[in-house]
Design a protein around this ligand. Sequence first.
Ligand SMILES: CC(C)(COP(=O)(O)OP(=O)(O)OC[C@H]1O[C@@H](n2cnc3c(N)ncnc32)[C@H](O)[C@@H]1OP(=O)(O)O)[C@@H](O)C(=O)NCCC(=O)NCCS
Length: 165
Amino acid sequence: MAWLHKLLRPDSVPLRTMRLDAGHALDVARLHHQGGFARGWEPAECAALIADAAVAADGVFSGGGHHPEGFVISRKAADEAEILSIVVAPARRRDGFGRALLAAHLARLAEEGAVQVFLEVEEGNLPAERLYRHFGFREVGRRKGYYPKPDGTRATAIAMRLDLA
Ligand SMILES: CC(C)(COP(=O)(O)OP(=O)(O)OC[C@H]1O[C@@H](n2cnc3c(N)ncnc32)[C@H](O)[C@@H]1OP(=O)(O)O)[C@@H](O)C(=O)NCCC(=O)NCCS
């Protein structure tokens, strides 16, 4: 993926994507906390998730870095997958990391037999929504009051689906 990314965006930071293992749990927990979600993921929860055979976790790294600067995690079931979370470190946003990460992750999910990918995104989260739409995700429904917000209110979730076949 790194060479393709460089070709498409020659002036951007060199990056590579890689599968994550339980040794990356602390990095994932740190990045997840930077995602601005109401409920954080603890390192032990991340380790258990990554070690789960039904879960696919990928990371994006800059240059020769050893710590991921973004991650995406999905749960697989039969020929479907659900993206549970995707986060890029704030300092790396808007530099193609999310796009490279999602491209590698969707290719992996397809390779592993997924034909449909689902996810939920908070209404108003335009960076995420635009990223998903770029890959062909389409809205399939809305859930009012789905996300608890830090201020005690609840936000609507937009359910999206991508057909990989
Ligand atoms: C969503 C997120 C992963 C995008 O990562 P990123 O590395 O900044 O994304 P990229 O630089 O690869 O951008 C890819 C596309 O996403 C969209 N996008 C990303 N950031 C955007 C922004 N601030 N405003 C509008 N569109 C944006 C654009 O379509 C962009 O393509 P373009 O640069 O050609 O316009 C990142 O903003 C993030 O970690 N957000 C916090 C966590 C989160 O909300 N996760 C989603 C939960 S459902």
